[in-house]
Design a protein around this ligand. Structure first.
Ligand code: NAI
Length: 327
């Protein structure tokens, strides 16, 4: 077995935390050869609930779980950490404007970025799940100037998995027969799930489905799936979000399959006309080191317009957090 890895989960007492921690501790994220030291970061009033979750983690007697730390101190939680899953965020309350939401989350992600900058391990990888994920990731990244920018990513993987599943159902095939899916742009209703590059049987899926279905059913179903789950379940998607976080880190650490890619929100290098520095959904690969943006894909007019619309929203969010002095 390898040396133990410290993994920090924020919002550990929340819904996603409850669906996520057991899978990390069982080895599904980093592998069955890697012991884990868990650090749970919560706000003070939720520490007791986090202790309850920790009691259950202990009761699972996971062979790979070396230790559990519970704290409301970000400096302590991120000290020496190699994987930080930033799940805890401030949800949009009734009547809350976007500016209020961004500023409330700035109060969380700015100090967390600084704490990561000061104490995280050399090999730190950060995944931001808490919404608005792309902008929260940008705030954390911009406040951690000593950490390479490509160690920060925002979660697009739930949208990616939703898109795989919808396309597989439509074609009547297995999700594992579909490759090269991409979610471009913002993790929001403006996201663009791309079936032009997605493949089944070596061909573009866009060429194998009706245009009406692609535009009128597929894209809105994927983009509005979160709301549909809340409507049906009476609570937001937590198990599928946790699953996507596990998948995201697994692909990052263990690499993506040859010839395939996945989707992640990463810092733009300016490719595909997406302004440099924004954290946008891209097609990405990993060989177990850093995310690499897939280069030189041809973008048709339809995709261009969709990508541009979502990126425009990211630009607005970035301008707003700049104005608030968060970056
Ligand atoms: P939840 O409300 O059940 O849990 C959030 C937890 O975060 C709470 O326990 C809260 O005490 C904690 N928290 C708040 N501020 C904190 C801070 N400063 N430090 C540490 N912990 C803090 O919410 P749930 O369902 O677990 O969702 C968490 C976030 O994930 C939400 O922002 C949600 O919108 C987002 N999400 C993102 C998805 C994505 O695809 N990127 C998918 C689904 C959810």
């Amino acid at each position: 077995t390898k040396a133990p890895v410290k993994v920090t989960v924020t919002g550990a007492a929340g819904q996603i935390g409850y669906a996520l921690l057991f899978r990390i501790a069982s080895g599904q994220m980093l592998g069955l050869d890697t012991p884990v030291k868990l650090s749970l970061l919560e706000i003070t009033p939720a520490l007791r609930a986090a202790e309850g979750t920790a009691m259950e983690l202990t009761d699972c007697a996971f062979p790979l779980l070396e230790s559990i730390e519970i704290t409301d101190d970000a400096t302590r939680a991120f000290d020496g950490t190699s994987v930080a899953l930033l799940v805890g965020a401030r949800p949009r309350g009734p009547g809350m404007e976007r500016g209020d939401l961004l500023s409330a989350n700035g109060g969380i992600f700015k100090p967390q970025g600084a704490a990561l900058n000061n104490g995280a391990a050399e090999d730190i990888r950060v995944l931001v799940v808490g919404n608005p994920a792309n902008s929260n990731a940008l705030i954390a990244q911009q406040n951690a100037p000593d950490i390479p920018a490509n160690r920060f990513s925002a979660m697009m993987r739930l949208d990616h998995n939703r898109a795989l599943a919808q396309a597989a159902q439509k074609l009547g095939v297995s999700v594992s027969d579909i490759s090269n899916m991409t979610i471009w742009g913002n993790h929001s209703a403006t996201q663009y799930p791309d079936l032009v590059h997605a493949q089944f049987g070596g061909r573009s899926i866009a060429e194998q489905v009706e245009r009406d279905w692609l535009e009128g059913t597929f894209i809105p179903t994927v983009a509005k799936r979160g709301a549909a789950i809340i409507e049906a379940r009476g609570a937001s998607s937590a198990a599928s979000a946790a699953n996507a976080a596990i998948d995201h880190v697994h692909s990052w650490v263990h690499g993506t399959a040859e010839g395939d890619w996945t989707s992640a929100g990463v810092v733009s290098d300016g490719s595909y006309g997406i302004p440099e520095g924004l954290i946008s959904g891209f097609p990405v690969t990993s060989t177990g080191g850093d995310w690499e943006i897939v280069s030189d894909l041809e973008i048709d007019d339809f995709s261009r317009a969709r990508i541009d619309a979502s990126v425009a929203e990211l630009v607005e969010e970035r301008d707003a957090i700049r104005e608030l002095g968060l970056i």
